[in-house]
Design a protein around this ligand. Structure first.
Ligand code: SF4
Ligand code: SF4
Ligand code: SF4
Length: 504
């Protein structure tokens, strides 16, 4: 008889503990939400069940004597160029369960990361800024349809009627993360930070909790296929409305919030019974063509008296430029393009890792297409999907984005360690969990402070980079691909990005 399932033996992490330093405080036991640490009272010893460990680092972070190290399991399968460790483990998992493998966060496969293959140009003699942090350096960004031309009266006042705009103090926003996939405390952290920063956060498809209506002026309310929480009151509570068509982590499929995550507040906000699965189908029940999309865009504009810009969010796929052109012509004011490194609360691993294209290429293709068609001014572009730092953002704007959405990096600012277990609802950092005790691990005040710090730091770095390019306004960088050069890319890749080879 076997004492254990041999396939459970192939776990990823080992919890190492220096017992001489351990003071038996049991913090590692209480902090681990995956049941990987336990205390044996008889022996007065702390033990670990390594196969339960997901490598979230919560225990090692909170161990007062720093006696824990989370290390990769040194057990190794025989080296095989075709069968990587994760291929083998996934196969065993499916042979044991018969199920689709679900995972959280974004695509982690080693596809070419084009941000790493682009470098930024600098002015050295002509006009670099002397002190970009003290000189006027404009990061203010306007999102929405711009007129073909501006007319003024004899007093110099603009008489052209402008379409509604979102005004951002810096070109960074918090991407859609629904209440339910993240808990209330994280939503509040993001909402508070947006207000302080003069930017916007996005409700995702989960509706807007009543207590967060006070942040409406800094909120983009989403209208997704499940229509969770969508009401005239909700649409009017936000500063803009976003129709979610697709998501970078899982293009072509819908979403699913399991019933066990639908607790009281979430059920009320989503307007569904407690404990029922919240299923968002892949398509909207009323959208099967660009004409149908146009109808929804104008229905939403009508419902909000044409006072709010309407955004349409799509996943980056091969024909993204043609799709974006259709969306612009359908009357959207903003198009958000989510690349395949975009995070998710839960997605089938096979889809997350193999469907879609990188944001870098998508944004370049869309900007180019809209320019060629002469409609670039009719719509703003927001790039999403795996922004890690300020230089990624500068490169995205030079490729043609007006602004970017961040989500994974925002959650990291609040504590996320990228363990990719969001789908299990047991996030040890209290983020992608609705467990009342675990949720308390995020304090909205501290969360907001850390988010404000991150965006402030990135904004200052963006100003530094603008300064070295001899540019004093983010607007002048938009689509200015001449300020980028490619390193280590093929001719075809350079062409797709619309940039020159370094040295040319
Ligand atoms: S807290 Fe995280 S790192 Fe520590 S044992 Fe539990 S799962 Fe592993
Ligand atoms: S947290 Fe550190 S000191 Fe406390 S019981 Fe765990 S290993 Fe020992
Ligand atoms: S949100 Fe939580 S569960 Fe998800 S990757 Fe981050 S730490 Fe892990």
């Amino acid at each position: 008889m076997l004492y254990k399932n041999p396939y459970n033996h192939y776990f990823d992490y080992v919890v190492q503990r220096d017992l001489d330093k351990c003071i038996r405080c049991k913090a590692c036991v209480t902090q681990c939400s995956y049941g990987a640490n336990y205390y044996d009272e008889d022996r007065d010893l702390i033990y670990s069940l390594d196969h339960n460990c997901v490598g979230c680092m919560r225990c090692s972070t909170f161990c007062p004597t720093d006696c824990i190290s989370i290390v990769r399991n040194p057990d190794a399968f025989r080296l095989n160029a075709n069968w990587k460790d994760h291929n083998i483990k996934d196969l065993y998992k499916q042979a044991g369960t018969g199920g689709i493998i679900i995972t959280g966060m974004g695509n982690d496969k080693p596809f070419t990361n084009y941000w790493e293959h682009m470098v930024i140009d600098a002015c050295q003699v002509t006009n670099p800024s002397i002190d970009p942090l003290r000189e006027p350096m404009e990061l203010k960004t306007f999102l929405g349809r711009k007129p073909d031309k501006l007319e003024m009266n004899k007093n110099g006042d603009i008489t052209t009627k402008l379409a509604p705009q979102l005004v951002l103090d810096t070109p960074i926003m918090f991407s859609a993360m629904s209440y339910g996939s993240i808990n209330y405390n994280v939503c509040e952290s993001v909402a508070r930070a947006s207000k302080q920063l003069g930017i916007f956060w996005n409700t995702g498809e989960g509706g807007l909790p009543k207590a967060l209506y006070e942040y409406g002026k800094n909120t983009i309310v989403q209208c997704a296929s499940g229509r969770f929480g969508v009401s005239p009151e909700y649409l009017n509570a936000g500063a803009a409305i976003e129709i979610k068509i697709g998501q970078g982590a899982k293009p072509g499929i819908g979403g699913h919030l399991p019933g066990e995550k639908v607790l009281e507040g979430i059920s009320e906000t989503r307007m569904i019974p407690i404990g029922t699965d919240a299923i968002s189908p892949a398509p909207h029940h009323d959208i099967y063509s660009i004409e149908d999309l146009k109808q929804l865009i104008y229905a939403l504009k009508e419902a909000t008296r044409y006072e709010k810009p309407v955004s349409v969010k799509i996943a980056a796929v091969h024909n993204v430029a043609a799709i974006a052109s259709g969306i612009a012509r359908a009357g959207a004011d903003i198009i958000a393009i989510d690349g395949f490194r975009g995070g998710t609360g839960a997605a089938p691993k096979a889809i997350r890792d193999n469907v879609g294209i990188p944001t870098e290429v998508a944004i370049a293709a869309v900007d180019e297409r809209l320019r060629q068609e002469g409609i670039r001014n009719e719509v703003s572009l927001v790039a999403a999907g795996g922004f890690r730092n300020s230089s990624d953002i500068v490169k995205a704007i030079a490729l043609g984005a007006d602004a970017v959405y961040i989500a994974t990096s925002a959650l990291m600012a609040v504590g996320c360690t990228l363990c990719q277990q969001c789908h299990r609802g047991r996030c040890a950092w209290g983020i992608t969990t609705n467990d009342p005790e675990l949720s308390k691990r995020v304090n909205p005040e501290i969360g907001a402070e850390r988010l404000v710090n991150l965006i402030t730091a990135w904004s200052n770095e963006i100003k530094e980079m603008l300064g070295l390019m001899g540019i004093n306004s983010i607007e002048s960088l938009k689509g200015n691909r001449d300020r980028l050069r490619g390193v280590g890319l093929s001719e075809v890749e350079l062409q797709a990005l619309g940039i020159k080879q370094a040295g040319m």
